[in-house]
Design a protein around this ligand. Structure first.
Ligand code: INI
Length: 187
Protein backbone atom coordinates (compact mmCIF):
# COMPACT_ATOMS: atom_id res chain seq x y z
CA UNK A 1 0.00 0.00 0.00
CA UNK A 2 1.20 3.47 -0.67
CA UNK A 3 1.48 4.87 2.88
CA UNK A 4 1.53 8.56 3.68
CA UNK A 5 3.13 11.37 1.69
CA UNK A 6 6.00 11.44 4.18
CA UNK A 7 6.85 7.76 3.70
CA UNK A 8 5.90 7.17 0.05
CA UNK A 9 8.69 5.84 -2.17
CA UNK A 10 9.81 8.44 -4.71
CA UNK A 11 9.90 6.78 -8.19
CA UNK A 12 13.20 8.56 -8.95
CA UNK A 13 14.79 7.02 -5.83
CA UNK A 14 13.37 3.66 -6.82
CA UNK A 15 14.89 3.92 -10.31
CA UNK A 16 18.22 5.00 -8.91
CA UNK A 17 18.37 2.06 -6.49
CA UNK A 18 17.25 -0.36 -9.20
CA UNK A 19 20.18 0.77 -11.34
CA UNK A 20 22.61 -0.39 -8.65
CA UNK A 21 21.68 -4.09 -8.71
CA UNK A 22 22.27 -6.89 -11.19
CA UNK A 23 18.66 -7.82 -11.70
CA UNK A 24 15.28 -6.77 -10.43
CA UNK A 25 12.55 -9.40 -10.21
CA UNK A 26 9.19 -7.95 -11.29
CA UNK A 27 7.87 -4.48 -11.90
CA UNK A 28 8.67 -3.03 -8.48
CA UNK A 29 6.28 -0.11 -8.04
CA UNK A 30 2.53 -0.79 -7.75
CA UNK A 31 1.68 1.44 -10.71
CA UNK A 32 4.36 -0.17 -12.91
CA UNK A 33 2.95 -3.70 -12.98
CA UNK A 34 1.14 -4.88 -16.14
CA UNK A 35 -1.52 -7.52 -15.70
CA UNK A 36 -2.70 -8.66 -19.14
CA UNK A 37 -3.16 -12.43 -19.08
CA UNK A 38 -3.49 -12.58 -15.29
CA UNK A 39 -6.60 -14.25 -13.82
CA UNK A 40 -7.87 -12.53 -10.70
CA UNK A 41 -10.50 -13.59 -8.15
CA UNK A 42 -12.17 -11.02 -5.90
CA UNK A 43 -14.08 -11.98 -2.74
CA UNK A 44 -16.34 -9.34 -1.19
CA UNK A 45 -18.03 -9.24 2.23
CA UNK A 46 -21.77 -8.51 2.24
CA UNK A 47 -21.57 -7.16 5.82
CA UNK A 48 -21.04 -3.41 5.35
CA UNK A 49 -21.64 -4.20 1.68
CA UNK A 50 -22.05 -0.52 0.83
CA UNK A 51 -18.35 -0.13 1.66
CA UNK A 52 -17.33 -3.40 -0.01
CA UNK A 53 -19.05 -2.32 -3.23
CA UNK A 54 -17.07 0.95 -3.26
CA UNK A 55 -13.88 -1.03 -2.71
CA UNK A 56 -14.89 -3.41 -5.51
CA UNK A 57 -15.42 -0.44 -7.81
CA UNK A 58 -11.91 0.75 -6.94
CA UNK A 59 -10.39 -2.72 -7.36
CA UNK A 60 -11.94 -3.13 -10.81
CA UNK A 61 -10.55 0.30 -11.73
CA UNK A 62 -7.07 -0.68 -10.51
CA UNK A 63 -7.17 -3.92 -12.49
CA UNK A 64 -8.31 -2.03 -15.58
CA UNK A 65 -5.43 0.46 -15.11
CA UNK A 66 -3.05 -2.52 -15.04
CA UNK A 67 -4.58 -3.91 -18.26
CA UNK A 68 -6.21 -6.99 -16.69
CA UNK A 69 -8.93 -8.26 -19.04
CA UNK A 70 -12.41 -8.10 -17.45
CA UNK A 71 -13.09 -11.63 -18.77
CA UNK A 72 -10.26 -12.83 -16.48
CA UNK A 73 -11.88 -11.38 -13.32
CA UNK A 74 -14.24 -13.47 -11.15
CA UNK A 75 -16.18 -12.02 -8.20
CA UNK A 76 -17.74 -13.93 -5.29
CA UNK A 77 -19.64 -12.55 -2.28
CA UNK A 78 -19.59 -14.03 1.24
CA UNK A 79 -21.56 -13.05 4.38
CA UNK A 80 -18.80 -11.15 6.18
CA UNK A 81 -15.08 -10.61 6.68
CA UNK A 82 -14.86 -13.72 8.83
CA UNK A 83 -15.74 -15.87 5.78
CA UNK A 84 -13.20 -14.26 3.42
CA UNK A 85 -10.33 -16.68 4.23
CA UNK A 86 -12.34 -19.82 3.41
CA UNK A 87 -13.51 -18.44 0.07
CA UNK A 88 -9.97 -17.28 -0.72
CA UNK A 89 -8.67 -20.75 0.10
CA UNK A 90 -11.26 -22.34 -2.21
CA UNK A 91 -10.22 -20.07 -5.08
CA UNK A 92 -6.57 -20.88 -4.37
CA UNK A 93 -7.06 -24.63 -4.34
CA UNK A 94 -9.93 -25.21 -6.79
CA UNK A 95 -9.47 -22.67 -9.57
CA UNK A 96 -6.80 -21.33 -11.88
CA UNK A 97 -6.18 -17.83 -10.56
CA UNK A 98 -2.99 -15.79 -10.16
CA UNK A 99 -4.18 -13.76 -7.14
CA UNK A 100 -7.17 -13.37 -4.83
CA UNK A 101 -8.28 -9.94 -3.64
CA UNK A 102 -10.39 -9.86 -0.45
CA UNK A 103 -12.55 -6.81 0.22
CA UNK A 104 -14.63 -5.80 3.22
CA UNK A 105 -14.92 -3.48 6.20
CA UNK A 106 -14.77 -4.31 9.88
CA UNK A 107 -15.96 -1.28 11.83
CA UNK A 108 -15.21 -1.09 15.55
CA UNK A 109 -18.37 0.84 16.38
CA UNK A 110 -20.55 -1.92 14.85
CA UNK A 111 -19.50 -4.78 17.08
CA UNK A 112 -18.07 -5.83 20.41
CA UNK A 113 -16.22 -8.65 18.63
CA UNK A 114 -14.33 -6.35 16.23
CA UNK A 115 -10.98 -7.77 17.34
CA UNK A 116 -12.10 -11.36 16.73
CA UNK A 117 -13.57 -10.69 13.26
CA UNK A 118 -10.71 -8.45 12.11
CA UNK A 119 -7.99 -10.62 13.67
CA UNK A 120 -9.31 -13.92 12.34
CA UNK A 121 -9.82 -12.41 8.91
CA UNK A 122 -6.26 -11.02 8.73
CA UNK A 123 -4.54 -14.11 10.11
CA UNK A 124 -6.73 -16.42 8.01
CA UNK A 125 -5.89 -14.59 4.80
CA UNK A 126 -2.17 -14.59 5.63
CA UNK A 127 -2.37 -18.32 6.29
CA UNK A 128 -4.08 -19.00 2.95
CA UNK A 129 -1.37 -17.06 1.14
CA UNK A 130 1.49 -18.89 2.87
CA UNK A 131 -0.16 -22.32 2.69
CA UNK A 132 -0.99 -22.09 -1.01
CA UNK A 133 1.76 -19.78 -2.35
CA UNK A 134 -0.87 -17.60 -4.01
CA UNK A 135 -0.97 -13.82 -3.48
CA UNK A 136 -3.94 -13.05 -1.22
CA UNK A 137 -4.52 -9.32 -0.97
CA UNK A 138 -5.86 -7.85 2.28
CA UNK A 139 -8.29 -5.20 1.06
CA UNK A 140 -10.25 -5.20 4.29
CA UNK A 141 -10.72 -1.89 6.08
CA UNK A 142 -10.46 -1.98 9.88
CA UNK A 143 -11.72 1.35 11.16
CA UNK A 144 -13.12 2.94 14.30
CA UNK A 145 -16.23 4.29 12.56
CA UNK A 146 -18.22 4.49 9.31
CA UNK A 147 -16.74 7.89 8.39
CA UNK A 148 -13.20 6.49 8.37
CA UNK A 149 -14.36 3.56 6.22
CA UNK A 150 -16.04 5.89 3.69
CA UNK A 151 -12.88 8.04 3.61
CA UNK A 152 -10.85 4.99 2.51
CA UNK A 153 -13.40 3.97 -0.11
CA UNK A 154 -13.63 7.29 -1.99
CA UNK A 155 -14.14 7.43 -5.74
CA UNK A 156 -10.55 8.51 -6.48
CA UNK A 157 -6.98 7.20 -6.62
CA UNK A 158 -6.81 6.84 -2.80
CA UNK A 159 -9.51 4.13 -2.81
CA UNK A 160 -8.10 1.11 -0.90
CA UNK A 161 -9.80 -1.25 -3.34
CA UNK A 162 -7.81 0.32 -6.18
CA UNK A 163 -4.62 -0.22 -4.17
CA UNK A 164 -5.65 -3.85 -3.61
CA UNK A 165 -6.17 -4.32 -7.37
CA UNK A 166 -2.73 -2.88 -8.16
CA UNK A 167 -1.18 -4.91 -5.31
CA UNK A 168 -2.64 -8.14 -6.76
CA UNK A 169 -1.04 -7.47 -10.15
CA UNK A 170 2.24 -6.40 -8.56
CA UNK A 171 2.44 -9.54 -6.40
CA UNK A 172 1.39 -11.94 -9.16
CA UNK A 173 3.99 -10.54 -11.59
CA UNK A 174 6.72 -10.32 -8.91
CA UNK A 175 6.20 -13.93 -7.79
CA UNK A 176 6.36 -15.06 -11.43
CA UNK A 177 9.61 -13.16 -11.89
CA UNK A 178 11.11 -14.60 -8.69
CA UNK A 179 10.11 -18.07 -9.90
CA UNK A 180 11.90 -17.43 -13.18
CA UNK A 181 14.96 -16.26 -11.26
CA UNK A 182 15.13 -19.64 -9.49
CA UNK A 183 14.79 -21.38 -12.84
CA UNK A 184 17.61 -19.20 -14.23
CA UNK A 185 15.44 -17.48 -16.85
CA UNK A 186 15.98 -13.77 -17.56
CA UNK A 187 13.21 -11.17 -17.06
N1 INI B 1 -18.41 -8.72 9.34
C1 INI B 1 -17.79 -7.73 8.66
O1 INI B 1 -17.40 -7.94 7.50
N2 INI B 1 -17.61 -6.52 9.24
C2 INI B 1 -18.03 -6.25 10.51
O2 INI B 1 -17.83 -5.10 10.99
C3 INI B 1 -18.68 -7.28 11.24
N3 INI B 1 -19.18 -7.02 12.57
O3 INI B 1 -19.26 -5.85 12.93
O4 INI B 1 -19.55 -7.91 13.28
C4 INI B 1 -18.86 -8.53 10.62
N4 INI B 1 -19.47 -9.53 11.26
C5 INI B 1 -19.96 -10.71 10.57
C6 INI B 1 -18.89 -11.79 10.47
O5 INI B 1 -17.89 -11.43 9.53
C7 INI B 1 -19.50 -13.12 9.98
O6 INI B 1 -20.06 -12.95 8.72
C8 INI B 1 -20.61 -13.64 10.92
O7 INI B 1 -20.15 -13.70 12.25
C9 INI B 1 -21.03 -15.08 10.48
O8 INI B 1 -19.93 -15.98 10.60
Amino acid sequence: MTGSDATRLDPAVFDSLSGRVGRQAGAGLLEGARGSGLRIAIVCALFNGGISSRLLDGALGGLQEAAVDRADVTVAWVPGAFELPLAAQRFATHSEVDAVICLGAVIRGDTSHFDFVAGQCASGLARVALDTGLPVIFGVLTTDNVEQALERARDDETNKGREAGLAAVQMATTLRAIGRAKAGVAG
